[in-house]
Design a protein around this ligand. Sequence first.
Ligand SMILES: CC(C)(COP(=O)(O)OP(=O)(O)OC[C@H]1O[C@@H](n2cnc3c(N)ncnc32)[C@H](O)[C@@H]1OP(=O)(O)O)[C@@H](O)C(=O)NCCC(=O)NCCS
Length: 164
Amino acid sequence: MADRIRQAVMEDLERLTQVEALCFPPAEAAGREALKARLQTFPDCFFVAERDGLIVGFINGAATDERTIRDEMFEDASLHRPMGMYQSIFGLDVAPEWQHQGIAGQLMEHLIQDARRKGRKGLILTCKDPLIGFYERFGYRKLGLSLSVHGGAVWYDMILEFEA
Ligand SMILES: CC(C)(COP(=O)(O)OP(=O)(O)OC[C@H]1O[C@@H](n2cnc3c(N)ncnc32)[C@H](O)[C@@H]1OP(=O)(O)O)[C@@H](O)C(=O)NCCC(=O)NCCS
C-alpha cells in the first residue's frame, strides 16, 4: 500500500514523466509536455501515491460532460470542464516495482471519492481487454468498443455511474 495519496503539484513533473515512461510503451505514454499541461489545467483531478516520500504511482484525467473519452482529450487539456458531469481517467500508473500491492486500487478509490464529493455523475475511462475485470471491481461497466486509436491499440469504453 502507499502511505500517502495527495494532489499532484508542478514540482512532481519530472518524476511523473519517469513513472509514465516506465508504465507505458512510447506510443501510449503521455510526454512531459502533456503531463505539464494537465498539471497546469486540472491539478485538482491529479493525485499521486507516495511510499517513503517517493512517487510510486498516479491517477489523472480531465472532467467532461461527455460519456466517453475522445482521443483529442488526451492531448488537449483545455477541453477540461471544471464542472463537468464525469471525471475521466487519462492514466492510472503504478511503477513496476510497486505493482501488485493495492496501490492502483487506493488511487482509484481516492479519485472515485473525490468525484463523488464534487457532485459529479460518475467516472469514465478507456482500457484494453485484459484490464476490464480490474475496473469492474470498482463498479465500472463496459459500454463497448471505443473509437480511440490511441497508440494503435484496441480500447473499450467503461463508465461508473453513481446512484442518483
Ligand atoms: C494496471 C496497474 C495500474 C495496476 O496497478 P497495481 O497497483 O498493481 O494494482 P493493484 O495492486 O491495486 O490491483 C491489482 C489486482 O487487481 C486484480 N486484477 C488485475 N487485473 C484484473 C482483471 N483483469 N480482472 C480482475 N481482477 C484483476 C488482481 O486481484 C490484482 O492482484 P495481483 O496484482 O496480485 O494479481 C499497473 O499494472 C500499471 O501501471 N500498469 C501499466 C499501465 C497501465 O496499463 N495502466 C492502466 C491503463 S490506464
